[in-house]
Design a protein around this ligand. Structure first.
Ligand SMILES: [Zn+2]
Length: 64
């Protein structure tokens, strides 16, 4: 079964998807957010793929 993809973001004219991180409030390409999969979360039992809400730097633990 094909997973359902739900991405929240803005698409620029070149088709690249950006999202504003609610933590650092910087608009970043979706590559900086990563994806998460919810197993069997779709209406027909499909997996649902969605983006992480925070960007990678905000999600990674502080090192200092
Ligand atoms: Zn961030």
């Amino acid at each position: 079964m094909r997973p359902l993809v739900k991405i929240l973001g803005e698409t620029d004219p070149w088709g690249k998807v950006y999202r504003t991180c609610p933590h650092c409030e910087v608009s970043k390409p979706l590559d900086d957010f990563g994806l998460r999969t919810f197993k069997n979360a779709g209406p027909g039992g499909e997996d649902v793929v969605t983006n992480q809400s925070w960007c990678r730097p905000c999600r990674s633990p502080r090192r200092r």
